[in-house]
Ligand binder design. Structure first.
Ligand code: DP6
Length: 348
């Protein structure tokens, strides 16, 4: 029996990926940027085993046997092909490429956190199997495989601040994640998750983004003009540790992403009244301070992720606590604040 374990963190995009130019390879219509959430608190950990005693490939997610989806099978096939190449070149390498795999993945973040687990999950799967197969590839090269499982997963191959460069090649080999800055670059950056609703979203990201690509007129302007500009500006704001600019671009992008969802036909609504009250509360707070001290961003769901600097924590928490918990008695649950920066992934 051969075995390897690896883990990968959750990431939250501050410049969103929304739209595929190639559905099979998961190639995006635009580049994106994310911040990785605290590695120790919010991670998927995966153990991969290969053995001649296994009759078929199996995947367990949080102790439940899951069917192997098309994308998982595609990622496994690619990983096996890379291992087979090694075995062909080096006859002394153990023959494990053809052995069946048992993959056991556990998320240490509560389902009630309302966070999508696919990004961390696919990243941990690729890391653990690449370790098992002793693949010589670096994290950026491996992110090309994670991307095929779930686009946003490629960014979970790194900690800190990460860009997914959309690439231009049709084979997708240059559509991969690169680290913009590591954990230590901006140690006082914090993230707070406001859990508005922990249930699964109505329209999955995968299908929602294709409805937008096919029907939204605003979408073309977003991917051709607005996102390329924001990509350059946001990267610079991160490298300069310019929170005001980082916050503004993050909010502008979140708003625009939800605007193209609304511009889709039929329209897609991810934010609800509680989400909107969080937006208003943060703008109110930023107005009081005459500069952005907090930034909101919403993925394909109503939950709000707020970025702020540690020195402003009290102001942000108390203002949001008052403003958001009053809205229609919705159960807004604060998960606590976690450092957004991360340490280097530990490989078991
Ligand atoms: C709104 O990565 O879940 O979170 O590639 O179809 O698996 P697939 O989509 P997925 O989409 C994430 C969308 C988003 C924005 C982002 O994370 O960049």
């Amino acid at each position: 029996m051969f075995e390897a374990t690896a883990s990968a963190p959750v990431n939250i995009a501050t410049l969103k990926y929304w739209g595929k130019r190639d559905v099979n390879l998961n190639l995006p219509t635009n580049s994106s940027i994310s911040v990785t959430l605290a590695q120790d608190d919010l991670r998927a950990t995966t153990t991969a085993r290969a053995s001649s005693e296994f009759a078929k490939d199996e995947l367990y997610l949080n102790d439940t046997l899951e069917p192997l989806g098309k994308r998982t099978l595609q990622v496994l096939a690619e990983l096996r092909a890379l291992r087979a190449e090694i075995e062909q070149k080096d006859p002394s390498a153990p023959k494990i490429a053809d052995l069946k795999l048992q993959i056991v993945s556990v998320n240490n973040f509560p389902t009630a956190a309302g966070l999508a687990s696919s990004a961390a999950g696919f990243a941990a799967l690729v890391k653990s199997i690449s370790l098992l197969y002793k693949l010589p590839h670096n994290d950026s090269e491996l992110s090309v495989l994670a991307r095929q499982g779930s686009g946003s997963a490629c960014r979970s191959m790194f900690g800190g601040y990460v860009a997914w460069e959309m690439g231009s090649e049709t084979n997708g080999l240059d559509s991969r994640a690169v680290q913009i800055a590591d954990v230590n670059h901006w140690p006082n950056m914090k993230a707070l998750i406001l859990v508005v609703c922990a249930e699964k979203k109505d329209v999955s990201s995968t299908s929602g983004m294709q409805i937008t690509v096919e029907t939204s007129g605003l979408f073309t302007e977003r991917v051709n003009t607005l996102v390329p500009e924001l990509f350059v500006k946001m990267k610079k704001a991160i490298l300069d540790r310019d929170f005001g600019s980082f916050a503004k671009y993050t909010m502008v992008d979140s708003n625009q992403f939800h605007a193209v969802c609304l511009d889709s036909y039929p329209p897609i609504f991810y934010m609800n009244d509680v989400s909107k009250s969080a937006v208003r509360a943060i703008h109110e707070l930023n107005d009081q301070y005459k500069e952005p001290i907090a930034a909101y961003t919403f993925d394909a769901g109503p939950n709000c992720v707020v970025y702020y600097l540690e020195e402003n924590e009290e102001a942000v928490l108390s203002h949001l606590g008052q403003a958001v918990s009053n809205v229609n008695g919705f159960p807004v649950e604060k998960m606590g604040s976690t450092p957004a920066s991360t340490s280097t992934p530990k490989w078991a």
